[in-house]
Design a protein around this ligand. Structure first.
Ligand SMILES: Nc1ncnc2c1ncn2[C@@H]1O[C@H](COP(=O)(O)OP(=O)(O)OP(=O)(O)O)[C@@H](O)[C@H]1O
Length: 841
């Protein structure tokens, strides 16, 4: 900061000594007026400027400044040394250097501040009054000192360079306290530096550099100095006199600058707001997702109490559904129009495997659709596999039967799973009637030509247009083969249950297939259906929901209110999402644009259900590699289990883990009845190999083993599942891939065995959920290899994410006898040979 110091003419104090770091105690915190001796220069004093420590980055703090100024005044009263007039110039230029007070001065400053910091700045006003009185006495003293000094003909610098530096330091300090404007308000302020020629300054510099100098020169200079000082003090005297005159005349010599008091005023503060009573929330999920409706799994309610017609309840009872399960108790009132208070909205159901979710949505949908007179496609149910579609179809048929009769129509339920040709399926879903209507034909022709000419979206379209001789039947399939012949399409089903891939095919290729009247969309096993694209089915479907007119149906059929619910204050498509492992991934759920969604979450209490309730995002990590259109492909394990059948089988005897029961710790002997069990492997290939290995180990098992993979023909799958649930059937074991891990309902299945670990926690929940369904008991067994133990116990065995009735137990299977091991090795060898032979073929 000293580098900034530019001494004015006659500034003897600006020597090289200025660069010396000076003891702070020697600094003069006096305001500029003190050093100049000019009473008028008090008007330049800014209380809001703080003398601070000599720092490289000086700062200004208003409140400290005020006390500093008081301190400065005190020092002046003590008889402060005179400052050179040219310092005034420097002050006017303004310096950034603000030396800090010593610690003792700081303490005084604090004391002063507390004294002065009275309301309305009263303390300041008082100090200013004192200041004026003190000033007078000080002026007299200064005059005396100044004349003494002038008489001596030497500067204080010459006597004590250090002190001079101190003074100049004080100038720097003061310069921060000085207003930017020059002190010329009254036109009397002396400006000696302007009158001083520059030459003496240079000479002075030269002198300071070349000491000692010639004595004659020194005498000359002293003379000049004296003359200059005399001039200065003459002016000073005049100024003082003038000040006294002003005072006598009652003129305030120090005009008040209101801004100078600004530093004492309380700083403007933002308006205070009343403390909010609302508690902060850290929930990032929407309330409907974070605060679900929870229902105890033990809940049972008579169907009639939930708004189900007595006749319908009777039909259900005949089927064994005497009371509504918990999920049905919760969902039915939300979906039926019985609760008028309840604003209808979309519904997310997260409930345990085998808890009866299918009936929970089938009943209200069928009840709603049965109100209609004309058959239209009003409900769309999407499921990931053909088996699940068939299963849901049975439940819908039961409900259709329950709601048939009186003034209700028999609800027609159709399926689309791709187990037959597309044409056959089209015939089952969409009917057509032909009529002769030249006018309608003409209109359709115009519509077709305008739509086709406006958007030949691809080269194919273009080619097709060129080839077509007549009207564009692709643009509007309602144009009949003969002139004037119009085709009317109609839906043959009220409810369509389908796999997503097949649904997209129908939307693309089936004339007259429209979603224009759909008012229910069910996405069962939603986590799976949302996590994977399945030919982009969701986008296609949601796009159709947006349109009010159908491409393939007559405009007359698209009457306004096609999606209105007859007895509900709701218009649009109500969406129901269900899973035992429903995703909470908003990015997935948001795809569905849910409205006023409610989340029903079934709390699982202690019961005999080992499966359960993992509403976890892990569900999406289920690494199904399904790629075929109707998702009937297997999930392949993401687990890096590289054990061959040999190693995993041989080691399984000592590393099996079971949950639930403490029975069956021994491998059943050859002749004891095998308990019905569903065995999961990690892939199609594994399932086939294990089936064969067991048959080789014990040829009598061959008739008792069935295999279910995505390579199994659909008809065989169905036969196998049916046989498995038929008591008279010899089938005792099904060895399956993850094809049947989800949703498959095998009544009273006592055992599920994970021969290979499931691909994910969600995968585990769905697999073991094939047992202990509908409130029954069941056992889940998992064979865990050495390298798999950590994952299993961490993610599944001891994880709270999987809710179960009992803790998972650990069972050590007895070592196999030598004889058994030999048999096993022989079987493996044979299996290897068979595999080689089949590869050669
Ligand atoms: N109210 C009821 N009374 C008796 N049994 C019922 C009732 N509701 C459903 N069930 C039976 O419970 C079993 C499981 O039903 P469902 O298949 O709908 O379960 P889920 O919740 O869909 O299971 P998952 O998640 O595994 O698909 C079925 O056998 C079904 O017939």
């Amino acid at each position: 900061m000293y580098a900034r110091y530019i001494p004015s003419a006659g500034g003897q104090k600006s020597t090289s000594n200025n660069r010396e770091p000076l003891p702070v105690a020697k600094q003069s915190p006096a305001p500029p007026t003190a050093s100049s001796g000019d009473g008028l220069s008090y008007s330049r004093y800014i209380p809001g400027v703080t003398p601070q420590k000599q720092s490289e980055t000086p700062t200004v703090q208003r409140f400290e400044d005020e006390s500093d100024s008081a301190k400065s005044k005190r020092k002046r009263d003590d008889g402060e040394q005179l400052q050179e007039p040219q310092d005034k110039k420097r002050k006017e230029k303004g310096s950034e250097a603000v030396p800090e007070l010593p610690e003792s001065a700081e303490q005084e400053k604090k004391a002063k501040r507390s004294k002065e910091s009275e309301p309305n700045g009263a303390g300041v006003k008082e100090s200013k009054k004192d200041k004026k009185e003190k000033k007078k006495a000080k002026k007299e003293k200064r005059q005396k000192d100044a004349s003494d000094e002038a008489d001596n003909g030497s500067t204080s610098e010459d006597q004590n360079p250090k002190q001079t530096s101190d003074t100049s330091n004080a100038h720097l300090e003061d310069s921060e306290m000085v207003d930017a404007e020059p002190a010329t308000t009254d036109g009397i302020t002396p400006a000696p530096q302007e009158q001083q020629p520059k030459k003496p300054k240079k000479e002075k510099k030269k002198k300071s550099q070349n000491v000692p100098t010639d004595e004659a020169e020194g005498a000359e200079e002293e003379e000049e100095e004296d003359t200059r000082h005399k001039a200065v003090f003459e002016r000073l005297g005049k100024s003082l006199k003038y000040a006294e005159i002003l005072k006598e005349q009652g003129i305030d010599e120090e005009p008040q600058e209101p801004t100078e008091l600004h530093g004492l005023e309380p700083l403007p503060q933002p308006a205070r707001t009343a403390p909010s009573a609302a508690k902060p929330t850290y929930e990032i999920l929407p309330p409907w997702l974070s605060a679900p409706i929870r229902v105890s799994v033990d809940t049972r309610t008579p169907f009639t109490e939930l708004g189900i017609l007595p006749k319908a309840a009777r039909v259900l009872e005949q089927k064994g559904y005497t009371e509504a399960f918990a999920v049905q108790t919760a969902a039915l009132p939300l979906l039926l129009p019985s609760n008028k208070q309840q604003q209808p909205g979309d519904l997310l159901v997260s409930a345990a495997t085998g808890s009866g979710k299918t009936l929970a949505y089938a009943l209200p949908i069928v009840r709603d659709v049965s109100n209609s007179v004309v058959t239209r496609l009003r409900a769309l149910v999407v499921l990931p596999t053909r088996e699940l579609v068939k299963q849901a179809q049975e439940v819908f048929e039961l409900c259709a039967k329950a709601y048939e009769g009186e003034d209700r129509k028999r609800v027609r339920v159709g399926i689309a799973i791709g187990n037959q040709s597309l044409a056959s399926e089209q015939d089952l879903l969409v009917g057509r009637e032909t009529r002769y209507d030249p006018e309608a034909y003409k209109q359709l022709e115009q519509e077709a030509s305008s739509s086709s000419s406006s958007s030949p979206s691809s080269q194919d379209d273009l080619d097709a247009l060129l080839l077509l001789s007549g009207p564009d039947r692709r643009a509007n399939p309602r144009l009949g083969p003969w002139q004037g012949q119009v085709i009317d399409f109609y839906s043959k089903v009220d409810v369509l249950i389908c796999t997503p891939g097949r649904l997209v095919e129908h939307l693309d290729q089936t004339p007259g297939f429209t979603l224009s009247h759909v008012r229910w969309l069910v996405v069962d096993e939603a986590d799976k259906l949302l996590a994977q694209s399945f030919q982009g089915w969701l986008d296609v479907v949601l796009d159709k929901f947006k349109t009010t007119t159908s491409h393939h149906s007559s405009s007359s059929s698209n009457v306004l209110g096609a999606r209105d619910f007859p007895d509900m204050p709701y218009s649009g498509v109500r969406k129901i999402l269900l899973s035992a492992t429903l995703t909470r991934d908003l990015s997935l759920l948001n795809q569905l644009a849910l409205r006023s969604a409610k989340n029903e979450h079934l709390a699982t209490k202690a019961q005999s259900d080992p499966s359960s309730d993992t509403s976890s995002d892990d569900s999406s990590s289920e690494s199904d590699s399904s790629s075929d259109s109707d998702s009937d492909s297997d999930a392949t394990s993401s687990d890096s289990d590289s054990d061959s059948d040999t190693s995993s089988s041989s080691s399984s005897s000592s590393r099996s883990t079971r949950s639930k029961t403490k029975t069956q710790s021994r491998i059943p002997s050859k002749h004891s009845p095998i308990p019905r069990s569903l065995i999961f492997t990690k892939s199609n290939e594994s399932a086939l190999r294990l089936s064969r290995l067991l048959a080789l180990l014990d040829p009598s098992l061959a008739t008792q083993i069935g295999t279910l993979t995505s390579t199994t023909p659909t008809s065989v799958r169905r036969k196998t599942l049916r046989a498995f649930t038929t008591p008279s059937s010899p089938l005792r074991l099904i060895i399956a891939s993850d094809l049947v891990a989800r949703g498959i309902d095998i009544p009273k299945l006592p055992h599920v065995i994970n021969y290979d670990l499931p691909p994910s926690v969600a995968g585990y929940v769905h697999r073991v959920g094939r047992t202990a369904r509908a409130g029954r008991q069941g056992c889940a067994w998992t064979l865990v290899g050495d390298g798999e133990s950590g994952w299993f116990w961490g993610k599944i065995g001891k994880s709270a994410a999987v809710k179960r009735a009992q803790k998972v137990g650990r069972v050590m299977i007895e070592e196999m006898s030598e004889e058994r091991i030999e048999e096993y090795e022989a079987a493996l060898e044979k299996l290897g040979k068979e595999a080689l032979e089949s590869r050669k073929k």
